[in-house]
Every structure is written in C-alpha cells, then in structure tokens.
Write a protein that binds this ligand. Structure first.
Ligand code: ADP
Ligand code: MG
Length: 375
C-alpha cells in the first residue's frame, strides 16, 4: 500500500515536473537554432546612402542611414564625391546602429554587406569595411546582391501587408533600376523585363530638372502632382515590346514640350507646375501599370510586391491599391524606410543566407555589375 502511494507520488511529481519544464522551455530542444539570438550587422553603400542596420533574426533593431546632400548642387550623384562621403560616414553610422540596437559588437553573429550592383567606388567602401570588421571580430562575412535585397525586404517582420508567398512578381523601381522579376524562391529569381535606357526614378528626376526643381526631384513631382490635374497635358507612352521599359523618349518629349510652351509664355512652368507634374506622374505610373498588367496576364500570378525608392510615390501606391480592389491582386508595399536604399534589407538577406551557412571569404571584391539571378 505504502509502496503504491510512494510510486504514485513519484509519478505525479515527475508529471508535474515535466509539465513545468515544458512551459519553462517551450522549444524543448536545448540547442535549437531558434533559441540562439542571431545578430546580423548589415552595411549598404551602393550609391549615395551610407546605411547600417542590426537585425535579430527577421526583426530590425536599428536601421541608420546617412543620405549625402553634397550631390544636390550637381543635380545628380557624383561617384567620386559619393565614395568620399561613404568613407566619412561609415564609422559613425555603424556606431549609431549598434547604439540604437543596444548591443555590443562582440554579440554580432555575421556581417552582411552590399557587394553590388552599384557605383564601384561606393561599393568598395562598404565591402572593405565589412571585410576588415569581420576579420577583426572573427565572424562570417555574407555578400548581398542589392537588387535581391530590395525584393527580400518584404520578409522583414512587422510589415503592414504581411509576407508574400512564392511565387510572386516583384517590381523594383528606383533611381538606378526598373525591373519586373518573377520570384520563385528567396534566391531563385528570373527577370521578366527591365529598362532599356533610363530607370523610372531617373525619369522622375530628369523631368523635375527640366522644370527647374532641385535634385532628387521625384518626391517633389509627387508632392505637386497631388494638387494638379493629371489630364491637363498628354505625353506619349513608349512602344516597347514585351515586359521591357523605356523612359528616355518620355524625357525628350517633356523637354520639347516645355521648350515650345516657354517660348510662347516664359511663365508657363510657374503657372502650370502642379498640372505638369500631375500629367507627368500619370504617364509614368501608366507605363508601370501597363507592364504589370501584362506580367500578370503572362504568368497568371496576381501577387505583386514593389520595392525601390519610387515605391514611395503616392501615384503607384494608389494604382496598386485600386488594382487590389478591382483586379483581385494582392499587393505588397514595404514600409517607407525599406523602400529607398537601406541596410535593413541587406540584413534580412544576410539572415536568410546565415541560415543556409552561405558565407563568403576574405577574397571577395565589390561587383559593379551584378545580376539578380546570380546568388
Ligand atoms: P537609387 O539608389 O537606385 O538611386 P533609391 O532606391 O535610393 O534609388 O531611390 C531614389 C529614387 O527614388 C530617386 O530617383 C527619387 O527621385 C525616387 N523617389 C523617391 N521618392 C519618390 C516619390 N515619392 N515619387 C517619385 N520618385 C521618388
Ligand atoms: Mg539611393
């Protein structure tokens, strides 16, 4: 009888103990990777933004960017000035990212950096810095393709539209790129179409320059467009086969139109600025949306994610939200801070590659031309 009572109480205490242990250690796998905090320090320096971020798994703890004002007076990015500014900015930006994330550099699990594509001098600053810091801290080094990062930024935790499921279409629209990409998996992407000349951000910036607006003019065109009549002026859309884009003809037609009108009325721009901006924006967004509709038709995929600086444009955002309602598309628009060049997007790719132990060695060098299809 006593033995039975003792055995029952031992059994019960074992059961209660197991339950308590399970709740105290929900994963129940002591060495699970999920339990290890993984901190990725990410560095982006492909163009004119020096950025550093710290990610803990898919969460962004800090994302600090120093934009370079110096280029404004030249009306475009001056490569030599960009690399000098990166050299000045990189140490303080990385310090700030560590301070904001409130972690010591000794806790960093790996360093991810933009290898390309971009301006060679700019890329070299980030690449050399990442290599030496990785060597100093004795942590793995992870190379990241900037264009893949613009797309994979959608996998950062905490975004309004959630996380896209594979396969999906990505449209990357920035100052340097315009692409429609079929994303089959994290690192399995196919370019369906891209610009044959200027990028869409350049189309915005060059149109703004013709109107006498400061660089970068894209956000200003967007601002004035909100107050104007988009049907006031007509600009021709380019006729480009397939899913490729062309924006250089539009720039020329805007230039000739403005020259012709200002010859008749020297105050033409001043008097019509908001209507001109609204008409230009309508034309550019029309070009992008026409190609997206074509890509959806061609692939049968209705899940669309956008990325790059031009994703901040209110016209493209509204057009996509409308297509979501009227065309049954599911659209993913990243948080503003993950649209323009930023290190958080480099960090998420770093984390995904860290999980696959996809590291690079110290002989790696920057790559100005780097295809999205190359891992
Ligand atoms: P890149 O580094 O390739 O130049 P970014 O991703 O940093 O590109 O984006 C910068 C580009 O985005 C610039 O061409 C800028 O004019 C454009 N841009 C930013 N905000 C807007 C906006 N609201 N409307 C249109 N273009 C914009
Ligand atoms: Mg930029």
């Amino acid at each position: 009888m006593i033995t039975r009572t003792v055995l029952t109480s031992i059994f019960l205490s074992f059961l209660i103990g197991s339950i308590c242990f399970t709740f105290a250690h929900p994963t129940f796998i002591p060495n699970s990777v999920e339990k290890e905090p993984i901190y990725i320090l990410a560095i982006e320096s492909s163009c004119d933004d020096t950025s550093a971020a710290i990610l803990n798994h898919k969460n962004v703890l800090s994302n600090i960017t120093a934009s370079q004002k110096i280029h404004e007076e030249y009306g475009g990015v001056v490569p030599e000035l960009a690399s000098r500014a990166h050299q000045q900015n990189i140490v303080p930006v990385v310090h700030q990212a560590l301070n904001k994330a409130n972690i010591d550099k000794k806790l960093i699990s790996a360093i991810a950096f933009t290898r390309g594509p971009g301006l060679m001098g700019s890329l070299l600053v980030g690449t050399s810095f990442a290599k030496s810091l990785a060597l100093g801290l004795d942590v793995p080094l992870i190379e990241v393709n900037h264009m893949q990062a613009h797309i994979l930024a959608h996998f950062i935790e905490g975004q309004e539209d959630g996380i896209p499921e594979f396969p999906f279409l990505a449209m990357t629209i920035s100052g340097g790129h315009t692409q429609i990409v079929l994303v089959k998996d994290y690192f399995d992407m196919e370019i369906l179409g891209e610009t044959l000349d200027d990028a869409v951000g350049e189309a915005f910036d060059k149109s703004a320059k013709i109107l006498g607006l400061p660089y970068p003019g894209g956000p200003l065109v967007d601002k004035y467009a909100k107050e104007g009549n988009a049907d006031a002026f007509q600009f021709p859309k380019p006729k480009v086969e397939g899913l490729n884009f062309s924006f250089s003809g539009l720039k020329t037609s805007i230039l000739y139109f403005i020259q012709k009108e200002t010859a008749k009325n020297p105050n033409f721009i001043e008097e019509n600025l908001v209507d001109i901006c609204a008409s230009i924006q309508k034309t550019i967004i029309g070009i992008l949306m026409d190609k997206l509709k074509k890509a959806v038709k061609q692939t049968g995929i209705k899940s669309i994610a956008i990325g790059g600086g031009v994703s901040a444009n209110s016209g493209i955002r509204t057009a996509l939200r409308t297509a979501e309602k009227n065309r049954d598309w599911k659209t993913y628009i990243p948080k503003f801070e993950y649209c323009t060049d930023n290190a958080a997007m480099i960090g998420i790719v770093g984390y995904l590659k860290f999980n696959e132990m996809d590291f690079t060695n110290q002989s790696v060098s920057a790559k100005a031309r780097y295809k999205i299809t190359q891992n």
